[in-house]
Design a protein around this ligand. Structure first.
Ligand code: MN
Length: 313
């Protein structure tokens, strides 16, 4: 990858020891079914980030000064299962270093690993899934780690709230908890969905943001675009409210599928990422330590048993 630090920020804000925030790129595109190219997402996102103003007008802040450490990309691609295992391992390792961990994909299958890591480290986790697609298939094309299965596990092990959904298979209705789904066609007619969704969240929230949740008129560079999506300011309003009212413990952004002609989607993704960090840290002093309040699973046998895993990283 070309970028040495996130957005070209100075080294003193980018070193792991000082940084409160960690950014893990996962350029993975092993299971996508139609357009390929999500593996190019992290590089396009980082290039756009480097050409973006780092002062936020809305909050009068510069969140990069909290420190953002860009890790080596995760390049495991022998199988979807091996990729998910590596994403899980790396994500958990940085959570345990008391960092605010963020992940940029890659296709949505990477979130199986990120969600598993956060769910093992935070009690009563809500997964806020913002997406055009339900992604609730238990298996797809022979794998449980396909992008179409991104939140099946979360539906079984976390408090899953789905927002922006407008494409699914009938079989997914058998898994879906419709009380916790905010369909796009309903959101278009009823603006109480934001308060309603937040009311259903527990305190600890992990956000998995599939960029195809956004309307193709503002973000077209994605593998499977769907009409009728979220617009920019309503998205920011919702996210700002979630960050204000809940303890957001981390997030991932997936499914940027860049093209050589139109770069505006890359810049939207860069701005969205930076806005989410801004909302997380807008009331934190730069000198304050970050306290993620993760549960150390070494002293908590019950949490470990959830996946019967012997992990000591
Ligand atoms: Mn999607």
């Amino acid at each position: 990858m070309q970028t040495k630090t996130y957005a070209g920020i100075p080294d003193n804000f980018a070193k792991l020891e000082q940084a409160k925030i960690v950014l893990i790129p996962v350029p993975y595109d092993g299971t996508s079914t139609w357009q390929k190219g999500a593996d190019k997402g992290p590089e396009a996102f980082l290039n756009a980030s480097e050409n973006m103003e780092l002062y936020d007008i809305e909050t009068d802040s510069e969140v990069y000064q909290q420190g953002i450490h860009l890790t080596e990309p995760i390049t495991e691609k022998n199988s979807p299962e091996a990729m998910v295992a590596e994403v899980h391992k790396q994500t958990k390792m940085f959570i345990k270093k008391n960092k605010f961990v963020t992940i940029f994909g890659g296709e949505h299958s990477i979130s199986i690993g990120t969600i598993r890591a956060f769910n093992e480290c935070f009690n009563n986790l809500t997964v806020l899934h913002i997406d055009a697609h339900a992604d609730l298939r238990q298996t797809y094309q022979g794998s449980t780690c396909n992008h179409a299965c991104a939140v099946y596990e979360a539906s079984q092990t976390t408090n899953l709230i789905q927002v922006g959904i407008r494409s699914m298979d009938a079989i997914e209705k058998t898994v879906m908890d419709e009380d916790k789904v905010y369909f796009a066609h309903e959101m278009a007619e009823d603006d109480t969905w934001m308060d309603s969704a937040i009311d259903q969240m527990t305190d600890n929230v992990f956000i998995t943001f599939d960029l195809d949740a956004l309307d193709p008129s503002i973000l077209s560079s994605t593998g499977t675009p769907e009409p009728g999506g979220l617009l920019w300011y309503e998205t920011l309003q919702f996210l700002k409210q979630v960050f204000a009212e809940k303890n957001v413990v981390g997030f991932d952004i997936v499914e940027l599928c860049p093209n050589t002609i139109d770069k505006s989607s890359d810049f939207l993704a860069a701005k969205l990422y930076y806005k989410m960090l801004t909302y997380k840290f807008m009331d934190e002093n730069i000198d304050d330590n970050y306290e993620s309040n993760f549960e150390d699973t070494l002293g908590n046998v019950e949490k470990l048993s959830k996946y019967n895993e012997e992990d000591d990283y």
